[in-house]
Design a protein around this ligand. Structure first.
Ligand code: G3H
Ligand code: 13P
Ligand code: ZN
Length: 330
């Protein structure tokens, strides 16, 4: 049993309080390997942003849970070595059982998500409350979820959104004791958030997806004023990455994300955690494909994963400075 406090990590409570007051959002970037972690930390140190290092159960299976824990511990030291003692949270993304959340808490995570959104409302409350009781006894913060996002969440695939029902949030938050609430207002996981048929074209021919349901967000904020809200599925799917991937042999189709202006607007509200995974995957894949296609003699992995790491760092710095507004808040 190891406490996150011994590892130099922090929970989300203080970060979210400041983010709501300061009208910005903390980035929650998923990582599965060393280069992603290096890019996240280097970008957040350079832009002086607090950061949530986010680990899915898929990431735990891929990378080994013990290694990931030590990498997060290393991340705190790496940030100091780069010259900034930025707040670092180690967060479980989409935990689906009490046992998984407990195992993460026991191994040094400072924050967990228990995603009971696919259960009935009452079962979601029971499961979330059980996790909150254990987590709070260890000073760990908990994110719950109400409403279902379309797309893939680890092994769970939902075809359609179920928007969060504002009339449920007071009851859910008070009965579970969660520290933050993930909501569904039109975002979804992955790189294909909308079909072209759902979009309109602007004067330059760029596809504009339907706006997020800010009316639902406002209603939720009225119900639970000042309570930290989390936005999942918030990748913007930069078209330059999609084009590079397709130019060098990829076959991505209908890859459309959430426009950055909408995320900026959300970050200025009670949304104080914004989850981004797919954009990092696209940045890495675009950079690797470009090197492999243009330098076919290259076989040293550092020669293609290195440029991918550089591109990732640029992407993450852009997010903290221009989208979430967390730059300078560490
Ligand atoms: O919400 C899902 C995250 O993007 C994590 O994805 O389960 O493939 O690691 P993953
Ligand atoms: P994206 O797929 O839009 O990056 O969302 C990631 C996420 O919500 C992780 O929980
Ligand atoms: Zn998610």
């Amino acid at each position: 049993m190891v406490s996150y406090k011994e590892l130099g990590l922090v929970n989300t409570n203080d970060l979210f309080k400041k983010a709501i007051e300061g009208k910005y959002a903390i980035p929650a970037f998923n990582f599965n390997n060393m280069e992603q972690m290096q890019a996240i930390i280097a970008a957040c140190v350079e832009t002086k942003s607090p950061v949530i290092l986010q680990v899915s159960s898929g990431a735990r299976k891929y990378a080994n849970q013990t290694l990931l824990r030590y990498m997060a511990q290393g991340a705190v030291e790496y940030a100091k070595e780069l010259g900034q003692n930025i707040p670092v949270v180690l967060h479980l993304d989409h935990g689906d059982t009490f046992e998984l959340c407990k195992s993460c808490i026991d191994s040094g995570f400072s924050s967990v998500m228990i995603d009971g959104s696919h259960h009935s409302y009452e079962d979601n409350i029971t499961l979330t409350k059980q996790v909150v009781e254990y987590a709070h006894a260890h000073g760990v913060s908990v994110e719950g979820e109400l409403g279902v996002l379309a797309g893939v969440e680890d092994d769970v695939v939902a075809e359609h959104h179920t928007y969060t029902r504002p009339e449920e949030v007071v009851d859910f938050v008070s009965r579970t004791g969660v520290d933050s609430l993930a909501i569904s207002i039109g975002t979804s996981h992955g790189a294909n958030k909308f079909t072209p048929a759902q979009c309109i074209r602007d004067e330059n021919g760029v596809l504009i997806p339907p706006p997020l349901r800010f009316d639902i967000l406002e209603e939720i904020e009225k119900q639970i004023p000042g309570f930290p809200i989390v936005l999942h599925g918030a990748s913007s799917v930069p078209q330059e990455y999609v084009e590079t991937i397709n130019k060098y042999g990829g076959a991505l189709k209908d890859s459309i994300g959430i426009p950055e202006e909408q995320l900026r607007k959300a970050a200025a509200s009670a949304v104080c955690k914004i989850n981004i995974d797919s954009d990092g995957r696209l940045a890495m894949t675009a950079a690797i494909r470009e090197v492999l296609a243009t330098k076919p003699g290259e076989f040293d992995p550092r020669k293609y994963i290195g440029p991918a790491r550089d591109e990732l760092k640029k992407l993450y710095a852009h997010k903290t400075v221009n989208v979430l507004g967390s730059a300078g808040k560490a």
